[in-house]
Design a protein around this ligand. Structure first.
Ligand SMILES: [Zn+2]
Length: 324
């Protein structure tokens, strides 16, 4: 394989990076553009194909192309069951892109959290680990699993949907955009968390918290709440205790099932809230069976935005779930 190309198709940006075939993790070329308003699959496929062809430089040799997409997939042919970020539902995205590209491109389409997890396993916080659970709490919650060194995609490519495991199942369980309720994402996912923080702050009038955001309620983020919790603000600590307990239940149950050696925590929310992360770790250690904690080490994601590009490129190079 002369060239590997990794693509991260998110709700805001379309990013791509080309790596030399030898397997380094520093790209020799990269590209970034806004996804923009025209999100029809046909338009996205065309833009992706042109980006891929330009990065490959007209090479007729085999080129590995891995696309990580912020979506719930339905199979290993890149069919998107739903993507709130792209506003897609039941789109044969992978097959459309496959048809658009010449035969020398070896294409795989992956869940974005899976691509990120593979990237962390290749060159980041899970280097050398064969059994890994990686959980990214950002706008939503994504997760990736490695069992025995293999990425676990599941029977219909939706394994690892930890965000939609239930932490409550009663009348008061929070509704989730997936159509369910009581999902951990509906409590800790950034979209829900931000709405709750602002809703509560309207009533709580915690001036100390709002001042951290320059005095603007609309500018308050989870990291401001985290700083307030660090300084002992009772409201912030109460909220963090509730959320850390719920996330600890979800993670502790996952540890009981998977028994990983490394748990990676990351994403736009957990990556910027060290107090919430530490409280979550305490909570999950209370929930998980003690035997599952013996081999476990917890690490913060290392590679940030690049993990998905590296991971998607490597998955395609390694022949994982290529579309024929
Ligand atoms: Zn859900």
């Amino acid at each position: 394989m002369t060239i590997q190309i990794g693509i991260d198709l998110g709700g805001s940006n379309l990013r791509a990076a080309a790596f030399a075939g030898g397997g380094g993790t520093t790209p020799f070329a990269s590209h970034r553009e806004a996804v923009g308003d025209d999100r029809s699959p046909a338009a996205i496929v065309e833009r992706l194909a042109r980006t891929i062809e330009r990065l490959a430089g007209g090479s007729g040799d085999p080129v590995a192309v891995g696309v990580g997409v912020a979506a719930l997939l339905r199979d290993r042919r890149g069919t998107v069951a739903s993507s709130p970020h792209l506003r897609w539902r039941d789109e044969a995205f992978g097959e459309q892109l496959r048809r658009r590209l010449a035969a020398n491109y070896r294409l795989g389409v992956y869940n974005d959290a899976n691509a990120v997890t593979w990237g962390e396993a290749v060159a980041g916080a899970a280097r050398g680990c064969r059994d890994v659970l990686a959980v990214y709490v950002g706008t939503g919650i994504g997760a990736g699993l490695l069992v025995g060194g293999q990425l676990v995609e599941g029977a219909s490519n939706c394994a690892g949907e930890l965000g939609h495991t239930k932490v409550r199942w009663d009348e008061a369980a929070a509704p989730c955009m997936c159509g369910g309720r009581g999902c951990i994402e509906a409590y800790v996912g950034g979209t829900y968390l931000l709405a709750r923080i602002r809703r509560e702050l309207v009533h709580q009038r915690r001036r100390a918290v709002i001042e951290r955001a320059g005095g603007s309620l609309d500018a308050v983020t989870p990291s401001h709440v985290d700083a307030a919790a660090h300084d002992g603000d009772a409201w912030a600590l109460g909220l963090w205790t509730e959320l850390a307990t719920l996330l600890g239940v979800a993670l502790g149950n996952a540890l009981a099932i998977l028994n990983p050696q490394r748990l990676i925590l990351g994403g736009g929310v957990l990556g910027r809230t060290p107090v919430l992360r530490a409280m979550t770790e305490v909570a999950l250690r209370r929930v998980a069976p003690p035997a599952s904690l013996e081999p476990l080490s917890v690490a913060v994601a290392e590679l940030g935005d690049d993990a998905g590009l590296i991971g998607a490129a490597r998955l395609a190079r390694d022949g994982v779930s290529l579309i024929e």
